[in-house]
Design a binder for this molecule. Structure first.
Ligand SMILES: [Zn+2]
Length: 347
């Protein structure tokens, strides 16, 4: 399995975010990617290549991208500004004007305080998206590579078309899905197994029926992102029926998770996508510092087996999963499970 990585992620090293009213160290740190990189050392490691900005611009608002790339300089010029953009004011549901001042724009384009923007954040986010685009290009253009893994950091699935959030800035899996469509695929499916709802991905494709979005995640009634991820969010207009959410109770373990996964896999096969993209979060781990679900390393292997058993051309895009002593093992287990079933079916 080809693995796409770039060391450019290191230019995004957020210091802190706000949790329960406290400024605390940010868990989305460069060390995560280095642990994941070590875990895939038996695979072919490739540096991601530049696939241009077309797919990124197709799924993101141009003013938001401009803010992402130039906002930090404006912020830094403020008297008393913190070393990272962390907004302290947001538009409420009755406000929609985009102001000129950087403090107002920060609150408009950053949905929460868990997406601090530093000097290198924009470049790292683009490089991360290029890893996903490189993996998608490999799967689309090669008959030998039925699967590829993008070691994306920062993650992407909480990023909306015009809004960062939850450690995410550019929606890597959405850009990769769009690239697949741009290169001849007519239908793609995105299965999000991160412990958090893939709200940004849902938002980007909510009105479309060429991308089926499915997410299994901790119940947002009690867990981030709180305001989206409910089972009754099924799409709108042309997209009606092309979004599926499966909220799971706190503490859900392997067997209940695998049971919840089955109907989602059936929905994918009914949709008959040309390509499957997996938003591969590993923070459903029982040992993840952001724990909500209780998936074991054996559970991640079993999830990989089930997804590999679909035998679809597949792009695996790294999402969350934070530093614990099993983070690397969980990635290895997922990939081994994926390969074992995809190979046994196609052999
Ligand atoms: Zn997550």
């Amino acid at each position: 399995m080809k693995v796409f990585y770039t060391s450019e992620h290191q230019s995004h090293a957020p210091e802190s975010f706000m949790l329960r009213g406290q400024r605390v160290p940010c868990p989305e740190i460069p060390q995560r990617a280095e642990i994941l990189k070590k875990a895939v050392s038996r695979h072919e490691l490739l540096k991601c290549s530049n696939h241009g900005s077309g797919a990124i611009e197709a799924v993101h608002d141009s003013n938001y991208l401009e803010f992402l790339h130039s906002g930090f300089d404006e912020w830094s010029a403020l008297d008393g500004a913190s070393p990272e953009i962390i907004p302290n004011v947001h538009p409420n549901r009755n406000m929609s004007h985009v102001p000129r001042h950087i403090v107002g724009r920060a609150g408009f384009y950053q949905s929460d305080t868990s997406c601090p923007i530093g000097a290198g954040t924009g470049a790292a986010a683009v490089a991360s998206a290029q890893c996903a685009l490189s993996a998608a290009d490999t799967v689309l253009s090669s008959s030998e590579d039925r699967v590829a893994y993008a070691l994306c950091r920062p993650p992407g699935h909480h990023a909306y078309a015009d809004m960062a959030g939850g450690f995410c800035f550019i929606n890597n899996v959405a850009a990769a899905a769009q690239a697949c469509l741009n290169h001849g695929a007519t239908r793609v499916a995105i299965l999000d197994i991160d412990v958090h709802h893939g709200n940004g991905t849902q938002g980007i494709f909510y009105h479309r029926n060429d991308v089926l979005t499915l997410s299994l995640h901790g119940d947002p009634d009690y867990f981030y992102p709180f305001y989206a991820g409910y089972a009754d969010e099924t799409g709108i207009g042309d997209g009606l029926g092309a979004n599926r959410n499966r909220p799971l109770p706190k503490g859900t373990g392997d067997s209940d998770y695998l049971q919840a996964l089955e109907p989602e896999l059936e929905a994918i096969m009914s949709f008959a996508p040309d390509v499957l993209l997996v938003a591969l979060g590993l923070d459903g781990s029982e040992h993840d510092p952001l724990a909500f679900l209780a998936i074991t390393t054996a559970g991640f292997r079993a999830i990989g087996e089930r997804i590999g058993g679909l035998t679809l051309p597949t792009v695996l895009v790294q999402e969350g999963g934070y530093v614990s002593n099993v983070l690397g093992d969980n990635l290895s287990a997922f990939l081994a499970g994926y390969e074992s079933s995809s190979e046994s079916v196609t052999a």
